[in-house]
Design a protein around this ligand. Structure first.
Ligand code: SAM
Length: 414
């Protein structure tokens, strides 16, 4: 609930145009399936997004897929943005926020906290925490200027949560988290929900978890991409350079990798297999990626520059991170799909394998695609459960166990 509108910051013409673009954005978010409920639609209709990103053109401020106010480090990596409204809507729907709730937002910007404030209303409480004083400073200013002065903004490393304001009915994390620190679970109410962009074997999914004692159980997950968590919970996956700075392999393991063997493999001959399943061009297939990441022992991502793709060294799929299986000095990854009919409306995937074990790996990859097609395509998807790190194997359910610092995450496919 806004307390007043700051009219000094905008001319009447700009305000009218912003209102028009805001309604258009809400319609587009509904069409995308990102906004699904009336309270979330109402929040997006009311909060003036452009006032949380001054200097950005109005059209950009109200585009659904555009991030705003990018801040980057010396290496050019983004450390903070105002997230795209599409993913903000997806996560707010996942959070199922109700009036009167206490909500913690991890990673500030101001805009998303204002949306949450609309959802909880004046009987609720919103706390937004960020590790970067520049971000908390401007979030505070923008919230004050737009009538959300009652939202709390805190400076600190959210690895420890915000104990002085806990417990929270909802915690929404807006930075990519490799692990779930104990504070986030401890500071949730008994039936609380945590929505977090979780990094799992190199993939990121916004997972809506419900607390079940010391455990978390997923209720929903969605594709997303976020700037990484900084501070005590910062984590980088292993990056193996395969061809100078043109081709690399990202693997989420501390174990040593046969770098020389894999380099030689990339430059050697390629084994190709195609098939496993057919699909149309509008079907979302992100769950196939999570499936491969779950069933394969050595999962990773092959990443290549455009130059490497144009030279024929890798498939185009590597521009966006080709989903790979690594085994010793061999690897296989999914190639970009190719059409299987004249009208180019039906497609199939390929597996490109390199190294001494390439025949076996290429077959294995196509088999994984075939199994997913047969058993899981169009199904309910994976169940993701989070257990404390000390949980013994015998107490874990069946599934792929991904060990983290604080937790053991089990991914299973009911
Ligand atoms: C995508 S931005 C947040 C966007 C914001 N929620 C919005 O309104 O759209 C991610 C933020 O997380 C913050 N961040 C990263 N690591 C953090 C940590 N350990 N504790 C608190 N904030 C952190 C970054 O400084 C950055 O501002």
């Amino acid at each position: 609930m806004r307390e007043h509108q700051d009219t000094k910051t905008s001319s009447t013409g700009e305000t009218d145009r912003a209102e028009y673009l805001r309604e258009k954005m809400v319609g587009e978010l509904r069409d995308l399936g990102a906004v699904r409920s009336d309270p979330v639609a109402a929040a997006f209709s009311v909060v003036p997004r452009h006032l949380f990103a001054p200097g950005e053109p109005l059209e950009r401020a109200y585009a659904t897929m555009t991030t705003l106010h990018r801040k980057q480090d010396g290496a050019g990596t983004a450390t903070s943005v105002v997230s795209a409204s599409e993913i903000q809507a997806v996560m707010l729907e996942q959070a199922r926020i109700e009036p009167g709730m206490r909500v913690l937002e991890i990673g500030s910007g101001g805009y998303n906290a204002a949306l949450i404030a609309e959802l909880v209303g004046r009987t609720g409480r919103v706390v937004s925490v960020d590790i970067d004083p520049e971000i908390t400073g401007r979030a505070r200013r923008y919230l004050d200027a737009t009538g959300y002065g009652w939202v709390d903004v805190a400076l600190g490393d959210a690895a420890h949560g915000v104990p002085e304001h806990a417990p929270f009915d909802r915690i929404i994390v807006t930075a990519g988290a490799w692990d779930i620190p104990p504070a986030w679970i401890e500071q949730l109410t008994e039936d609380g929900r945590l929505v977090v962009p979780l990094r799992l074997r190199g993939l990121t999914r916004s997972v809506a978890f419900e607390r079940a004692g010391e455990r978390l159980v997923s209720r929903d997950y969605q594709l997303c991409s976020f700037v990484p968590m900084q501070g005590a919970e910062a984590h980088s996956e292993q990056v193996v350079t395969l061809d100078e700075d043109r081709v690399s392999l990202l693997i989420d393991t501390d174990r040593p990798v046969d770098t020389d063997g894999l380099r030689k493999a990339l430059l050697g001959p390629r084994t190709e297999r195609w098939g496993g399943m057919e699909f149309g061009d509008s079907e979302p297939l992100h769950d196939l990626d999570l499936w491969i990441a779950t069933v394969a022992d050595g999962f990773g991502l092959v990443k290549a520059t455009k130059e490497a793709v144009d030279s024929g060294l890798t498939s185009r799929s590597a521009l966006y991170g080709g989903k790979a299986i690594v085994s010793g000095s061999s690897f296989v990854y999914r190639a970009s799909a190719r059409p299987v009919d004249e009208s180019r409306t039906r497609f199939e995937f390929g597996a490109y394998a390199h190294g001494p074990d390439s025949e076996r790996l290429a077959e294995e990859y196509i088999d994984h695609i075939r199994t997913w097609d047969r058993d899981h395509r169009g199904g309910p998807g994976a169940r993701i459960e989070v257990f404390p790190a000390a949980t013994p194997d015998a107490a874990l359910p069946a599934g792929r166990v991904v060990d983290k610092k604080h937790t053991r995450i089990v991914v299973s496919w009911p």
